[in-house]
Design a protein around this ligand. Structure first.
Ligand SMILES: Cc1cc2nc3c(=O)[nH]c(=O)nc-3n(C[C@H](O)[C@H](O)[C@H](O)COP(=O)(O)OP(=O)(O)OC[C@H]3O[C@@H](n4cnc5c(N)ncnc54)[C@H](O)[C@@H]3O)c2cc1C
Length: 387
């Protein structure tokens, strides 16, 4: 079912995260308190670890990515936005620092980190620019993950080193007539000697303008679908597993976006005065701000829990759907509220809240709409209560 259409671009580079961490000595890097989520050391964590407990490597990566996003993405957010294009230097930076091969084995030039590290990376980048974050998300949680887990040794040798070092990718599932009903796809893959010939068209494919590798979903047994429906079901189940993991990535993008918008807004509420007082000091403002802060924290806990379930090899589908649904909902609410708290200036392009507000809408649509997440949750609830 999965056909890889591949063409190389860009020049190979040999870097990975751990090498980068050693080179820069990131443990000593200090970043603004607001940009770094509170973390716990091993000593303080005690026997039962809180969900926000991170390993040393995870903390190091989180801090490094926060710094890179601040220094090497933030200055170009407006420029990229105006041009409608990701800057080449930003993409190069992602590769050079191992952020495009986070879970790829070091044997193939990747960083060899865990799933949680991918989730933290997506979150940190989304705090600064959700558009860059989704490139990292799709590349790592969908394309790299599929090849890493389902690819043959030959495919891994061929594709993973390039995906880790210099080649962006796209995940092509949606078509004009198949969106939510993804498995109604019409694109076919016909065997032709050792190759497959793809026939069909795709729509909405993120980052297709910069991708050097397209992971194209196609039906390799279109005429045999009914006869061999078992194979079809098996293939769709495999794909669904990846989409379920990918949802945790989007949840992470949404909590990063929400946190980024919140971080950009609260200082304004502390500085802006009306009636001779900072607007933050009004109780009705404080209550709204506290509600949003609590909701972001809840969304983060759902997301981290879903990620840890994946790592532990435990069932995670319901939790992934809850995380994605709730994080997208909270992120929308956060952006709406932040603009309210900014007053008129929040409505203008002079402030970043307006971009976050536009970027946030997609979170409830791609990788499964709200309705689909809720249906997934309901399916699990039905099973749980029937038995
Ligand atoms: C910016 C952007 C980037 C994207 N990137 C990618 C990408 O990289 N790769 C890719 O393959 N796709 C991508 N997509 C496509 C995206 O995944 C689809 O848009 C999404 O799955 C919804 O499909 P649709 O747009 O066809 O909506 P539809 O499926 O037509 O849904 C319309 C509405 O009907 C509801 N609905 C449909 N079926 C049901 C049901 N059974 N029960 C309840 N409600 C239902 C939906 O919830 C939704 O509210 C992207 C889309 C956008 C807008």
């Amino acid at each position: 079912m999965l056909i890889i259409s591949y063409c190389f671009r860009m020049i190979a580079m040999k870097h990975n995260v751990l090498r980068y961490l050693r080179k820069t000595g990131v443990r000593n890097i200090t970043i603004s308190a607001r940009s770094v989520q509170e973390t716990y050391s091993e000593e303080s964590a005690g026997k039962h670890l809180p969900l926000t407990y991170l390993s040393e490597n995870e903390i190091a990566m989180k801090e490094t990515v926060a710094r890179l996003a601040h220094e090497q993405i933030r200055p170009y957010v407006r420029e990229m936005e105006n041009e409608g294009k990701l800057k080449e230097s930003v993409i190069k930076m992602l590769f050079e620092n191992g952020l495009m091969g986070i879970e790829i084995d070091p044997h193939y030039g990747g960083a060899g980190c865990n799933f949680m590290t991918t989730i933290l990376t997506i979150e940190e980048i989304a705090k600064v620019d959700p558009a860059v974050s989704v490139l990292v998300d799709i590349h790592n949680t969908l394309v790299n993950a599929v090849i890493k887990k389902l690819g043959t040794d030959e495919q891994k040798e061929k594709y993973l080193p390039r995906l880790a070092t210099d080649t962006s990718s796209s995940f092509a599932l949606s078509e004009t007539t198949s969106g939510t009903d993804a498995f109604a796809l019409r694109t076919t893959a016909k065997k032709d000697g050792t190759d497959y010939i793809l026939n069909g068209s795709k729509m909405w494919i993120s980052n297709s303008d910069i991708a050097g590798l397209f992971l194209v979903m196609a039906n390799a047994n279109p005429t045999e679908k009914v006869q061999y429906w078992g194979i079809w079901v098996k293939a769709t189940k495999l794909l669904q597993d990846f989409l379920n993991e990918g949802r945790i990535g989007i949840a992470s993008q949404m909590i990063g976006l929400a946190q980024g918008c919140f971080d950009a807004t609260i200082p304004y509420t502390l500085e802006r005065t009306q009636f001779g007082k900072p607007i933050f000091s009004f109780q009705s403002m404080q209550h709204q701000i506290s509600q949003i802060a609590t909701q972001i924290e809840c969304a983060r806990l759902l997301t981290y829990n879903a990620a840890r379930l994946v790592e532990a090899g435990l069932p995670f589908v319901k939790q992934a759907a809850m995380a994605k649904y709730y994080a997208a909902e909270v992120a929308q609410q956060t952006c709406i509220k932040c603009i309210d708290w900014m007053g008129g200036v929040g409505f203008t392009k002079d402030f970043i809240q307006e971009k976050f507000y536009r970027d946030v809408k997609i979170g409830s649509i791609y990788e499964g709409t709200y309705n689909i997440q809720l249906s997934t949750i309901a399916k699990h609830l039905e099973k749980e209560y029937k038995h």
